[in-house]
Design a protein around this ligand. Structure first.
Ligand SMILES: CC(C)(COP(=O)(O)OP(=O)(O)OC[C@H]1O[C@@H](n2cnc3c(N)ncnc32)[C@H](O)[C@@H]1O)[C@@H](O)C(=O)NCCC(=O)NCCS
Ligand SMILES: Nc1ncnc2c1ncn2[C@@H]1O[C@H](COP(=O)(O)OP(=O)(O)OP(=O)(O)O)[C@@H](O)[C@H]1O
Length: 193
């Protein structure tokens, strides 16, 4: 079984992915694949340096993600350039990983699943949804400002539409136990199907 996981910013995608992992599923998260590429891919570093110069790197040579976020989430053209650089690498990574172990149950988290029309690569798609005020509280606790959250949201399909397009919806509006109960029930339902 290949399940795609999506949802709005800060809605709890990574938390749900961990719950699938605890239930024995193989899981991959696009944001983590991006982070690995940004920290270790020399060709990507060269492309970033050529486009934006040294100022998006810190003194130890690491990419400054916050500086990149400042650039791309305020400028559609720059975001589109970055996506064209990274998305083919991300897609290749998860596609090859899944192909290498087709017998396992896989959960692949892709925030931009519907925006990039990737849903057909999966047997079914699960969307995690949380109300905006709950998201804001959780993301501010993680160091994002309200403005940063809103700018990213504006670059995504509205959550209502993602909910409409998904096969299953997990509502993450309560505590972790509420989330875990729903996720476990869904896993049982998927595995029993
Ligand atoms: C700009 C970057 C460096 C900011 O890093 P940061 O650590 O602040 O955020 P992180 O990568 O963990 O993403 C957090 C959330 O931001 C949102 N987000 C990230 N990229 C995008 C995007 N291209 N469009 C809309 N929302 C996005 C998603 O909801 C995501 O879950 C990074 O997000 C990035 O490189 N984005 C471009 C690649 C991309 O599209 N990634 C999305 C999954 S493939
Ligand atoms: N039900 C919950 N109760 C309390 N905290 C939660 C709950 N669900 C998620 N969180 C916390 O909210 C934050 C966002 O959750 P998580 O990272 O899983 O979301 P995400 O959708 O993967 O976010 P992003 O869009 O940044 O990738 C995290 O700090 C997480 O620990």
């Amino acid at each position: 079984m290949k399940v795609g996981l999506t949802g709005g910013i800060g809605c709890g995608k990574s938390t749900v992915a961990r719950m699938f992992q605890d239930a024995g599923w193989r899981t991959l998260e696009s944001d983590q694949i991006v982070a690995d590429i940004l920290s270790g891919d020399a060709a990507v570093h060269a492309a970033l340096r050529e486009r934006w110069g040294d100022k998006i790197f810190s003194d130890d040579g690491q990419v400054n993600r916050r500086a990149i976020a400042e650039k791309v989430f305020q400028d559609e053209e720059e975001l589109s350039w970055l996506e064209q650089l990274l998305h083919p690498l991300v897609r290749k990574f998860w596609q090859e990983s899944v192909q290498a172990d087709p017998q396992s149950d896989w959960l692949v988290e892709i925030p931009l699943m519907f925006e990039k029309r990737l849903e057909t690569a999966f047997d079914l798609v699960v969307c995690v949804a949380s109300p905006p005020d709950v998201v804001e509280t959780r993301m501010v606790a993680r160091g994002y400002t309200g403005e940063e959250i809103e700018r990213r949201r504006q670059r995504q399909m509205p959550l209502d539409e993602k909910i409409r397009l998904a096969d299953h919806v997990i509502t993450n509006a309560g505590n972790l136990e509420f989330l875990e109960n729903q996720t476990k029930r869904l896993i049982g339902q998927i595995q029993g199907a």
